[in-house]
Design a protein. Structure first.
Length: 269
């Protein structure tokens, strides 16, 4: 099964181009869940997940809805994260686990986290510290893109996050590899001009994919789906709801190829 959605859903600049002007912000998630079958929760990257918040999100979405939750940056950017930090994170996402809606936890590592013995050891530590969670790792540096690393991820049962982004030589290229029961793809956009130099962070993700560019990934995602139990596809080009537009188009492209796409998108936006 393939779940297509967006990275985050609560953006002020989506009002008018995705959310109706009159829709209260407190109803955004319900509106979103009528159109997409999954979402990537972003706020947990900046602070620990709150069990009450995630329990409320679980209640406000359909039974089959799926959540991917980002790991807090403390667990991916701070080598001194303590066991109590991992324990707090596990407690935070527990409501989604209990509801059967937690599809993945995304550990997004920085560009400085390059392939080295200490960093490989940290991947094993991450798995030991979060043994019961469906973990997926996103690398930013090309040094990780070698077969021995994919073998290591399979051994640790860590999913590999496939990415589409500008084609800089030291960034991760658009490879599609399954290393666990969870397939995972993130579309960051291809705004090479603003990737490294921008006044506002959103400028990096200001990009609308063409149908031809999205078509490059249809076969790749189909291959991931064939090798995994679930494949999650999220669009992070969030400026002005471009992510929602591209997610709708991509789900249609997948369905047109006869691939099994969960519940939507079902229009809107």
């Amino acid at each position: 099964m393939i779940y297509v959605g967006t990275s985050g859903y609560s953006y002020k600049d989506w009002v008018g181009c995705f959310y109706p002007e009159e829709l209260p912000a407190g109803r955004y998630l319900e509106f979103y869940a009528e159109r997409f079958p999954a979402v990537e929760v972003d706020y947990t990257y900046y602070r620990m997940p709150d069990p009450q918040t995630l329990a409320g999100m679980a209640r406000r979405t359909p039974p089959e809805f799926r959540f991917a939750v980002k790991a807090t940056s403390l667990l991916t950017h701070e080598p001194q994260a303590a066991e109590q930090d991992f324990a707090e994170y596990r407690r935070g996402v527990e409501p989604l686990q209990e509801a059967g809606k937690l599809a993945a936890v995304l550990a997004q590592f920085p560009y400085s986290f390059q392939n080295s013995e200490p960093h490989r050891a940290y991947l094993a530590h991450l798995r030991r510290s979060l043994p019961d969670l469906p973990l997926v790792v996103e690398f930013r540096h090309v040094s990780w893109i070698i077969e021995p690393i994919f073998a290591l991820l399979r051994e640790l049962q860590l999913g590999f996050c496939c990415v589409d982004q500008p084609r800089f030589s030291r960034l991760v290229p658009p490879v599609a590899v399954a290393t666990s029961e969870v397939g995972y793809v993130r579309f960051h956009g291809r705004n090479a001009e603003k990737w490294w130099t921008h006044a506002e962070s959103w400028q990096r993700y200001d990009y609308l994919y063409s149908e031809a560019e999205l078509s490059e990934w249809v076969g790749k995602v189909g291959g991931l789906a064939a090798a995994t139990g679930e494949t999650l596809v999220f669009f992070n080009n969030h400026y002005q709801a471009q992510a929602a537009r591209n997610a709708q188009t991509f789900a249609d492209l997948l369905a047109a190829e006869g691939l099994e796409v969960a519940g939507g998108p079902r229009g809107g936006g």
